[in-house]
Ligand binder design. Structure first.
Ligand code: AMP
Ligand code: MG
Length: 277
């Protein structure tokens, strides 16, 4: 068996078909308990920090972490628990809500391209360009040709990112219908969580099956060799955090990173520093 979390969680598109229903939301590959996951994440802290710092220092490569998932799937939780473990100076986080009037005047990738991480940066998308296919497919507001065109544009946009040295890590935070109910109820119960709840979240929940199918279609159309989707079982928050941390580490390990070593005459520089002013 592989010990690569990327291999274990990569979406399997077979004969151009992908079935999200085949992926359990509460399984926890490689991890046996909450404590196990928490210890694992603690053990990854130094590696996460160092690898990201090396990429930040070298300013050559970049990572774009795309977090997609329904309401309460844990996009913000992942940022709070995983992304916070790296140097914030090297992170660029963008949240994409319903397009503003200005954004609607532009191509759907316009607002996305402005947030792409530059060299050295970890970019995090809390929702993304995928909303521009998910919502219209689920809500049936765009014709098939336009949707197909958007898929093509997304594939070529991401291929271009990869060509420019940006590793694209696309995570579908996969939660069950029941778990979403529990999380919504918790949001309603807790005075410090209620702000996250919007009544329109229930409209989206009513379209659960349609969104499921839309997600399946999105994965099928846009899981490419260079920018695959990872289906992250997310009913357990501790597993989700552990898994996303591993996906980042494995992506950085592939880059063969090290701290830049500038060619300096250390003795001369030290001597210069000894000199009284
Ligand atoms: P939240 O992530 O809870 O702040 O919610 C953001 C809302 O904006 C969700 O209901 C998304 O589906 C919606 N949204 C984000 N991007 C788009 C888009 N491009 N088109 C339509 N709705 C979107
Ligand atoms: Mg929401």
């Amino acid at each position: 068996m592989t010990d690569s979390v990327r291999d274990a969680l990569r979406a399997e598109v077979v004969d151009d078909a992908f079935t999200l229903a085949a992926y359990p939301e509460s399984e926890t590959p490689f991890i046996s308990s909450k404590d196990d996951a928490k210890d694992g994440l603690d053990d990854m802290e130094d590696a996460l920090f160092d690898l990201h710092e090396m990429m930040f220092a070298a300013k050559e490569r970049a990572v774009l972490l795309v977090l997609q998932g329904t309401d309460a799937s844990g996009k913000n939780g992942t940022i709070k628990h995983v992304v916070r473990l790296v140097n914030p100076a090297g992170v660029k986080i963008a949240s994409f809500g319903e397009p503003t009037e200005e954004e609607k005047q532009h191509h759907f990738l316009w607002r996305i391209k402005r947030e792409v991480p530059g060299p050295g940066m970890l970019g995090v998308f809390d929702r993304s360009h995928y909303e521009d296919v998910l919502v219209p497919i689920a809500e049936q507001t765009l014709d098939d040709d336009t949707v197909a065109e958007r898929f093509e544009e997304i594939r070529s946009f991401e291929a271009d990112l990869v060509d420019r040295g940006v590793t694209v890590v696309k995570c579908l935070l996969h939660i069950s219908y029941d778990e979403q109910r529990e999380r919504f109820l918790r949001r309603l119960r807790r005075h410090d969580k209620r702000w996250k709840f919007r009544e329109s979240d229930l409209d989206t929940r009513r379209l659960w099956d349609r969104y499921r199918l839309a997600y399946g279609r999105v994965v099928q159309e846009t899981s490419t060799e260079d920018a695959p989707w990872y289906i992250v079982p997310s009913d357990h928050k501790w597993y989700r955090n552990w898994a996303v941390a591993r996906l980042l580490i494995e992506s950085w390990e592939d880059m063969d990173l090290s701290y830049p070593q500038p060619d300096l005459d250390l003795d001369a520089l030290r001597a210069a520093l000894e000199d009284p002013a």
